[in-house]
Write a protein that binds this ligand. Structure first.
Ligand code: PEP
Length: 253
């Protein structure tokens, strides 16, 4: 049975006290909730990871980082290594987010190196892939997705230690969401590719999340799709009430 993952990506938002208040309210809520196959993840800014991970006891909430460096250690001012994340018992790390591809020029090759490092230190990568609006309008969405998968997963062995997030770039932070059918089409494509490249066992067990303006109003329809196993949620995850509502929907399905 695949996990349904509801993952919040706070990006560069919240003061420390706001982050702490959020975690208190979230864990109070989760502690009295039957989560079943739903796993809740908060990807916090790096300075808050330690505080957030203090709330991660008893697997009610898992903590993710938003970035990692591809090197082991050394003179990389401002960076954070996979071994540092592992030493803080961080469970997940987002890589390949379109904002990092766009603003920090991260390539598929670099993302592949980051992925290998995370696996070496047993931090589960949340690998983001997705097409731009221009690519969708040109009709090359499938080509783009398959190329990103091929390059980022070169020489990678996977078991259950990988989460993929399909995030159409045109839907991130824009309020414009892929229709459930558009998202399902690409999720199916990803799962089929994983099955051919790795195995059907792996493709059946891997969680593929949708990301792109997911919110309480549209999560139900998206999660109803057979190949959508949760969400990577930006804007709507900043608001505890909206985040709780989305967890509730996932649990009810
Ligand atoms: C994201 O940051 O991965 C994301 C999907 O953002 P939003 O939900 O705000 O579109």
């Amino acid at each position: 049975m695949r996990k349904i993952i509801i993952a919040g990506n706070w990006k560069m938002n919240k003061a420390f006290s706001e982050a702490e208040d959020f975690m208190v309210e979230l864990t109070d809520f989760l502690n009295v909730k039957k989560l079943g196959k739903v796993e809740v993840v908060v990807c916090s800014p790096s300075p808050y990871l330690e505080m957030a991970s203090d709330f991660a006891s008893e697997n009610r909430v898992f903590i993710g980082a938003q970035n990692v460096n591809e090197n082991d250690f050394g003179a990389y001012t401002g960076e954070i290594s996979a071994s540092m994340l592992a030493s803080m018992e961080i469970d997940y790390c987002i890589i390949g987010h379109s904002e990092r591809r766009k603003y920090y020029h991260e390539t598929d090759d670099l993302i592949n190196s980051k992925l290998k490092k995370l696996q070496e230190f047993e931090v589960v990568p949340i690998l983001c892939i997705g097409e731009t609006l221009e690519e969708r309008e040109k009709g090359i969405t499938e080509q783009v997705i398959l190329s990103q998968l091929t390059k980022t997963l070169t020489n990678i062995k996977i078991n259950n230690d990988l989460v993929i997030a399909y995030e159409p770039v045109w839907a991130i932070g824009t309020g414009r969401t892929a229709t459930p059918q558009q998202a399902q089409e690409i999720h199916f494509l990803i799962r089929k590719w994983i099955s051919e490249k790795f195995s059907s066992e792996i493709s059946n067990s891997i969680s593929i999340l949708y990301g792109g303006s997911m919110k309480p109003e549209n999560i139900r329809e998206l999660l109803h799709q057979p190949d959508i196993d949760g969400g990577l949620i930006g804007g709507a995850s900043l608001d505890i009430e909206k985040f709780k509502a989305m967890i509730n929907t996932a649990v009810e399905l």
